[in-house]
Design a protein around this ligand. Structure first.
Ligand SMILES: [Zn+2]
Length: 113
């Protein structure tokens, strides 16, 4: 790990170091949680490049096997009220007939309704 740590927000010291999830400043003793840069909002797009938002409705564009079960989310399944999350499966949603699960945005298409 050679990530450059951000300077201390209190005294602008660049000698910050990381302990677990916290950043520490050796000069003023300030410690804080490293947040995501506010100007770097992750944009999640569907399979055709539409920007997705919390609460959107999408349809599944291919059959998806549900991990750990024999269920399949069929192509064309409409999923309402998606929630965007961080991670490999960047959509958290409740799929009709399947339940709460994670989907990949590349396998869905936004629909307006
Ligand atoms: Zn400081």
């Amino acid at each position: 790990m050679t990530d450059t740590l951000p300077p201390c927000p209190e005294c602008a010291s660049t000698f910050t170091y990381q302990v677990d999830a916290l950043l520490n400043c050796p000069e003023c003793g300030h410690e804080w949680e490293q947040g995501l840069p506010s100007d770097d909002v992750a944009v999640v797009c569907d399979s055709v490049g539409n920007v997705l938002h919390d609460g959107d409705t999408v349809t599944v564009i291919k059959d998806l096997k549900v991990k750990g079960s024999s269920l399949t989310v069929k192509v064309g399944t409409k999923v309402r009220g998606i929630r965007l999350v961080d991670g490999d499966h960047d959509i958290d949603c409740k799929v009709p007939g399947v339940g709460q699960m994670g989907l990949k945005s590349i396998f869905v298409k936004k629909v307006s309704d």
